[in-house]
Design a protein. Sequence first.
Length: 171
Amino acid sequence: MTYEKIVDYVQKKFAKLDVSKTGDVAVQIDVTGEGEGAFYVAVKDGKGAVEPYEYYDHDAKIIADGSDIIDIVDGKLDAVAAFNEGKIRVEGNVEKVAELKSVFAVKKAAPAKKAEPVKKAAPAKKAEPAKKAAPAKKAEPAKKAEPAKKEEVKAEAKKPAAKSTKKAAKK
């Protein structure tokens, strides 16, 4: 990536960030490797600027490879972690760099559209304590079928079938 593309990319990203709560800070960034050059990022009176030249009255200077600068701006690389790993060097007031780093943190872009408020779910009811089951009743022994009374059996036997009754009535 060329120096001009790196500066242009950082300018576009920085323009989208909310720097209103950031204190005054000026950090020069020296790009090494591909796209070598210097530019600065500054915040003054709640307004930010990225300019393609050196800033001699800076609070700090960051020296890093162009791809690492892009990764920091995109939030893919934490500046403090990169410093601890030796990927970037910082000269000057490290606290000012940390303040600027907080602006470039992931998801610190200008406020997006407000999301719909989430409706609160009704509080869950407490489970009622389980009631003790009533003791099971003892099963009553099955009753044996009572033998039919002899008289009933005889009466049924004496009744002629329905067909035979009609024949008897005709005779």
